[in-house]
Design a protein around this ligand. Structure first.
Ligand SMILES: Cc1cc2nc3c(=O)[nH]c(=O)nc-3n(C[C@H](O)[C@H](O)[C@H](O)COP(=O)(O)O)c2cc1C
Length: 383
């Protein structure tokens, strides 16, 4: 069982999303404002659909926090869906006399068909509502709690978009301060322009685009994770966390797939020691993880997002039961959501790293955790 775990609930157009974070150390400073900041960042980005103008996400903390500090109890949060009143009848919890027209055409690239086969619902609405990426708002709220834990031990988690469709930045660029001001969350303004043009072209053609984002975690202590069992490897936990985001199709750490084409001398990081920092690497091609554990260098991972599956120029599908060939329905949708996904990626990484820390240092209070991390850093330096 994870030391710091979370659950989300809620439908895309239901009354509200609910998130619960369990295992957060007590006495951590936490306000709704620190959560709203990340919720706002998830809503930004060029290529988003009209929904982002309807929803202005705000978290309400309903349990686990008193006078701005966590108590050690589960933290519960809700995020209202502002469009919900228009869907009140369609998504009524109680039975209604006149149910909404069922959705019967599964959209390719979505959970629709698999969900209908799995749960046997005669109305795809049951699948669409929960499989929607609206859930990632609740995940970002949980990630904001994890971010607060990490901040107190001197660890920051940032991200940037490194590719949209076939437009990519030079490898090796790092997320720059002020990255949130760029509509693509891209570190190179000229490349950002070209990404925007690519999204415009795709939108004009009724098409969509995917891309790649990179998440960088700095200041994470060495020696977290383990090699003794496969499922305790930090890289396994991180890639699984990021792969759990809808539409993510691959995750690589450090050089990732590129390492397969290079000789060992161009892949591995040499070890050095100095008085101030202790052990360090002269390069960081491993992306901060070796032998299933953190090295103390920045953790760097990239995730590939598939293009949005809802196309204005619809794909072919088959109606449930009648089996008649039809075109997939178009419901308002993003053309490209890679900038938003990068913020969700930060949340996934933050949750995973905070869990690994609490797992490693097992602390009831945030002060115990920060003291344990400081002591471990000192031990690692002098080892
Ligand atoms: C932040 C974010 C926003 C998304 N927005 C949309 C959207 O507006 N329309 C859409 O069809 N898919 C959107 N998606 C992607 C779908 O959620 C995803 O492709 C779909 O659930 C199936 O993905 P899977 O095959 O990985 O499960 C979004 C994904 C993320 C992470």
């Amino acid at each position: 069982m994870a030391a710091l775990r979370f659950l989300t609930a809620g439908e895309s157009h239901g009354r509200l999303l609910t998130a619960v974070v369990d295992g957060c150390p007590a006495r951590l400073r936490l306000t709704a404002e620190s959560i709203d900041r990340d919720l706002r960042r998830r809503q930004m980005g060029y290529g988003r659909g009209p929904r982002m103008q309807i929803e202005v996400d705000r978290a309400q903390i309903t349990a686990g926090v008193r006078y701005g500090r966590t108590t050690g109890a589960p933290i519960a949060m809700t995020i209202a869906n502002r469009d919900a009143e228009n869907w009140a009848d369609v998504l009524s919890v109680e039975p209604v006399d006149a149910p909404a027209e069922p959705v019967r055409v599964p959209r390719p690239g979505h959970a629709d068909l698999g969900g209908a086969l799995l749960y046997g619902s005669p109305d795809l609405r049951d699948v669409i509502e929960r499989a929607s990426a609206r859930e990632t708002a609740a995940r970002v709220a949980c990630g904001a709690v994890a971010r607060r834990i990490l901040e107190d031990v001197g660890c920051g988690v940032v991200s940037h978009v490194v590719r949209v469709g076939d437009v990519a930045i030079e490898p090796g660029r790092l997320p720059a301060p002020g990255i949130d001001d760029d509509p693509l969350r891209c570190a190179d303004p000229e490349v950002s322009e070209r990404m925007r043009a690519a999204i415009d072209d795709a939108a004009a053609a009724g098409d969509t685009l995917g891309g790649v984002f990179e998440v960088v975690a700095t200041g994470f202590p060495p020696g977290v994770g383990s090699y003794v069992q496969g499922d305790r490897r930090l890289g396994v936990r991180l890639t699984a966390a990021v792969m759990s985001i809808p539409a993510i199709r691959g995750v690589e750490i450090g050089l990732g797939f590129a390492a397969a084409a290079l000789p060992g001398s161009a892949v591995h990081d040499e070890i050095a020691w100095d008085e101030r920092d202790g052990y360090r690497r002269t390069s960081n091609r491993s992306g901060g993880i070796e032998g299933g554990m953190s090295t103390g260098e920045p953790i760097v991972l990239r995730a590939a997002m598939k293009p949005i599956a809802t196309l204005r120029r619809p794909l072919h599908s088959v109606e449930l039961e009648s089996h008649r060939p039809v075109e997939a329905r178009y419901e308002r949708s993003d053309v490209c959501a890679v900038p938003a996904a990068s913020v969700v990626g930060e949340a996934a990484v933050a949750l995973c790293l905070a869990d690994a820390l609490v797992d490693r240092f097992g602390s009831a209070t945030i002060d115990e955790l920060t003291d344990a991390v400081t002591a471990a850093r000192r031990r690692c330096r002098d080892a």
